[in-house]
Design a protein around this ligand. Structure first.
Ligand SMILES: Cc1cc2nc3c(=O)[nH]c(=O)nc-3n(C[C@H](O)[C@H](O)[C@H](O)COP(=O)(O)OP(=O)(O)OC[C@H]3O[C@@H](n4cnc5c(N)ncnc54)[C@H](O)[C@@H]3O)c2cc1C
Length: 374
């Protein structure tokens, strides 16, 4: 069906909401996107766009076969022990090298395309369930993130469970690497992932530690660079980077929430992105899944005769996929933090099985939302 003359409202201007707004505008709807923040701004740091996310971007017409300007191509992952010794090299997936991209750059790419497609952007505008603004739309897509208000209205309120893990996120000056491996350094009770961004002018760090005393959630919480340096001092050598250059860090308490059991209300409203399937960051799939959602929603609208039918097809196609990926990400959490002697065993397995590990993830990366059955 064409959505001509239908009024579509998208709640949330993150990667998921912006991609959905673009897909709906392409389907012919008059789209208004509401974002509660004042501006999109340069917020966030690195995202990994794997082959499945790349296929979604291509399907939305945002890139060809190559990466967008500034994105860095991965050469796989080097896995290092606390001594700095490389224990394994995991090659890039067979379905294609991952792109490392700044979240703000990916968001700009989507925002420009959505604006060109006619999406009306409203900043500083929070839309809550039951509001008059929400009531006026023929179709409503709630992409309001992992702390979604809309999930309570469409699915059910869920209680978050703190994992006892805290992620620190920071940017360091880079060395201009245009292609580079990511480094995953594992130590007892902590691990660090690092990779280049923006043509290598920046280096992204995500450092996860086990910590019972901190539960704060949200991407804008600032941490103390001195505390970060102290806690991760041993990783400076492992990563080969000068943590002294670090000026700003953000903290994020990792919480578990189940994938929504119900993604749409049977009438006109649907959840999308983290609002439907919050995930832990251990597989770097949050943004990729949100991009996949947007492409499948666009295809479901194209194929169905009515909006309720399209939303039912969207949910049926997306829920099993999101559940499988979220489960895999959750399974990775414990592997990275083993203490000796278990960690020696895990490292030995990685040393001989790095390639196998990559192949095991192939099902995640080989998914193409422009061709997946719906
Ligand atoms: C500020 C920020 C920084 C991030 N930085 C990183 C990063 O460095 N690395 C990484 O891997 N991931 C990061 N993420 C998460 C990552 O972008 C998402 O997990 C993924 O892209 C899925 O996006 P989403 O659109 O579903 O949700 P989100 O990216 O969480 O976007 C949800 C959006 O909805 C808005 N919103 C919420 N409620 C309302 C409402 N009632 N009305 C209107 N708007 C509302 C929020 O302000 C937000 O912009 C960040 C997210 C945010 C919001």
């Amino acid at each position: 069906m064409r959505l001509d003359r239908s009024r579509a409202l998208v709640v949330g201007g993150g990667i998921g909401g912006m991609a959905a707004a673009l897909a709906l505008a392409r389907a012919g709807a008059q789209v208004t996107l509401h974002e509660r923040a004042e501006a999109f701004g340069d917020v966030g740091a690195g995202l990994q766009v794997s082959a499945n996310g790349q296929a979604a971007l291509r399907s939305l017409g945002l890139c060809g076969d190559g990466p967008p300007a500034g994105a860095v191509l991965s050469e796989g992952t080097a896995i290092r022990a606390p001594s700095g010794r490389t224990v394994a090299r995991v090659p890039p997936p067979r379905s294609g090298a991952t792109w490392y991209i700044h979240r703000a750059d990916l968001l700009s790419l989507l925002t420009e395309a959505a604006t060109a497609a006619g999406v009306d952007m409203r900043m500083s505008s929070a839309v809550r369930p039951g509001s008059a603004t929400a009531g006026a739309a023929d179709l409503l897509v709630a992409a309001d993130g992992g702390l979604s208000d809309w999930r309570g209205a469409i699915d059910a309120r869920v209680r978050a469970q703190f994992t006892g893990q805290v992620a620190w996120r920071a940017l360091l000056p880079g060395r201009g690497e245009a292609r580079a491996p990511a480094v995953l350094a594992m130590g007892p009770g902590a691990h660090v992932v690092s990779y280049p961004l923006r043509d290598g002018s920046l280096r992204n760090l995500v450092a996860v530690e086990e910590r019972r005393d901190f539960t704060g959630e949200g991407w804008r919480q600032k941490g103390d660079p001195e505390v970060f340096r102290r806690r991760f001092a041993r990783f400076g050598a492992v990563l080969g980077h000068d943590l002294g250059a670090l000026r700003e860090v953000h903290l994020w308490g990792l919480h578990l929430r189940p994938v929504a059991a119900r993604w749409q209300d049977g009438k006109r409203a649907a959840l999308l992105g983290d609002a439907a399937h919050p995930t832990l960051p251990f597989l770097a799939q949050g943004a990729n899944l949100a991009l996949e959602d947007a492409v499948i929603l666009g295809r479901a609208l194209d194929l169905a005769g009515t909006i309720p039918e399209a939303l039912a097809r969207y949910e049926a196609a997306r829920r099993p996929r999101a559940e499988a990926v979220v489960r895999l990400a959750r399974g990775n959490a414990w592997r990275f933090h083993l203490r000796p002697p278990l960690s020696w065993g895990a490292q030995a397995v990685l040393a001989v099985g790095g390639g196998l590990l990559a192949r095991g993830l192939e099902r995640v990366y080989a998914y193409d939302p422009s061709e997946a059955p719906i």
